[in-house]
Design a protein around this ligand. Structure first.
Ligand code: NAD
Length: 481
């Protein structure tokens, strides 16, 4: 085994492993070091996304959603199943199996592409060297023409207010592994993780209270879409308290007492489990950043330029560890683009104006580009269109009619600036909107594009048509001149 590579990638999550694979596809010799250990003590590539985030959470969201629909929608379809019940152990097993299949797939892909997957930790050792400490055995030094830091992120801990104890005060990984449905569940933070995990456990029977410090719910999302989603979540029994600042959490033998302030009043909330979901911070511990002189910003993220170059020669960084939107697909794109740049494709770049965002609740929430508010703040004169799923035949057949699509366009050029939506499978519908933004499409381009009938995509088409007051199946509020 040679210890000299063109590229050594530290981190085998969504930013690191695609970077390693693409670099190898382009003819470079590559090693990818990863030290993720699952709860069973076994190593797995794939990072948070595959082991403790995107994939396991989607598995549980799907199972809990099916259970919920069985109870609440089947009778409307004329299907009687009697009293539904669920087996949490089987749900968890299915979730773990899915993660295992996908993480195992990365090993296969490494082999097929000639990437050397190294299990252990990597740190910067200066002068184009990486110190590799295998999970078992002696450390050794690897040399690399290019070193890529893709070490990801971890949940932020509220050390003073509600420190993690892995039992009653949990992070998002713990909360995917509950072996019992908590009767009362508290969540700090009504962000993406808060509402996704809140949905899972609420559908399985928890009484869920989410405490959000900010006055606005999902501020990055179009105001009407987030308002609609908040109403739907309320109907589902998620108690989302805005402007609620948590001041303490006392862990007792059988419960956690959470103290929070809302409208200058102090409140107590007793819960069986408390999930802290207040964002994620960069993983740089153990990287040897300080000794190597790697520049971090004031929040600890690795500082890079537009080509993902750090302040150290031939050391690059991609994914969550450089900050920005902490999304697996943003990391994948950065990793792939960097690999292409390292292989000499200088034009490769990520389009940060067309990053899709999805929240996998029911209704799902998905958006790309600017909301109406953001577009106005950016100085655009905007035209806005919208259409509800309530008028969509396919949505009716699916018994999933809540939600809407809103389109924001530039009045001067007709170019689409953003599409924000909530509703059935909008996670999938979003791809068309992302493509529209990527291609710089106008609303006229999409208006002239035929959409199959009956499909959910017609609601996007109707929202586009309504920008000029020309929707056929939705009442046009006004004709934008
Ligand atoms: P987030 O930034 O989405 O939300 C955190 C929320 O916590 C914010 O609304 C914030 O105002 C609130 N908050 C912060 N401090 C608080 C306090 N002391 N008390 C009460 N509320 C407080 O972060 P997250 O939900 O933890 O997710 C972490 C990252 O992971 C995000 O970048 C997210 O995009 C990503 N993620 C994405 C997906 C997805 O794409 N579907 C799923 C899970 C996570």
């Amino acid at each position: 085994m040679s210890d000299s590579y063109d590229v050594v990638v530290i981190g085998g999550g969504p930013a690191g492993y695609p970077c390693a694979i693409r670099a190898a596809q382009l003819g470079l010799s590559v090693a990818c070091i990863d030290g993720w250990l699952n709860r069973d003590g076994n190593h797995a590539f794939g990072g948070t996304c595959l082991n403790a985030g995107c994939i396991p959470s989607k598995a549980l969201l799907e199972s809990s959603e099916l259970y919920h629909r069985t109870q609440h929608e089947f009778a409307t379809h004329g299907i009687n199943v009697g009293k539904a019940s669920f087996d949490l152990g089987q749900m968890q097993k299915r979730k773990n199996d899915i993660s295992g299949q996908l993480t195992g797939g990365i090993r296969t892909l490494f082999k097929a592409n000639g990437v050397e997957g190294l299990e252990g930790t990597g740190s910067l050792a200066g002068n184009g060297k990486v110190r590799f400490q295998p999970l078992k055995g002696e450390a050794r030094e690897l040399s690399a023409k290019h070193i890529v830091v893709a070490t990801g992120s971890s949940p932020v801990e509220l050390k003073k207010v509600a420190p993690f104890d892995g039992d009653r005060v949990c992070d998002s990984w713990d909360a995917l592994d509950f072996d019992k449905v908590p009767k009362k569940l508290g969540i700090i933070g009504a962000g993406v993780i808060g509402v996704e995990l809140g949905s899972v456990w609420s559908r399985l029977g928890s009484e869920v209270t989410i405490l959000e410090a900010m006055p606005e719910f999902l501020p990055a999302v179009d105001a009407q879409v987030s308002k609609d989603a908040l109403r739907q979540f309320g109907k589902q029994g998620l108690d989302i308290k805005l402007n609620a600042k948590v001041t303490g959490a006392k862990v007792l033998k059988t419960k956690v007492t959470v103290t929070y302030e809302q409208k200058d009043e102090s409140h107590n909330l007793d819960v069986d489990k408390l999930i802290v979901a207040v964002g994620r911070g960069p993983n740089t511990d153990g990287l040897g950043a300080e000794a190597a002189g790697l520049k971090l910003d004031e929040r600890g993220f690795v500082v890079v330029d537009e080509h993902y170059r750090t302040n150290l020669d031939n050391v690059y960084a991609v994914g969550d560890v450089i900050g920005g939107q902490m999304l697996a697909h943003k990391g994948i794109e950065e990793g792939v683009v960097l690999a292409e740049q390292l292989a000499g494709h200088k034009g490769a770049a990520v389009n940060y104006n067309a990053v899709p965002c999805v929240i996998y609740t029911s209704p799902e929430i998905a958006w790309v580009g600017l909301s109406e508010k953001q577009a106005k703040e950016a100085g655009y004169e905007v035209k806005v269109g919208q259409a509800p799923f309530a008028a969509n035949g396919r949505a009716k057949a699916l018994e999933m009619t809540s939600g809407l699509v809103r389109v924001v366009s530039d009045a001067a050029t007709d170019r689409i600036l953003g599409v924000h939506m909530s509703g059935p499978y909008v996670s999938e519908l979003l791809a068309e909107a992302v493509l529209a933004l990527e291609y710089g499409a106008t609303t006229e381009d999409v208006a002239l594009t035929m959409h199959s009938h009956p499909t959910l995509s017609e609601t996007f088409h109707e929202a586009i048509l309504s920008v000029d007051g020309l929707a056929i199946h939705a009442v046009n509020k006004k004709r934008n001149k």
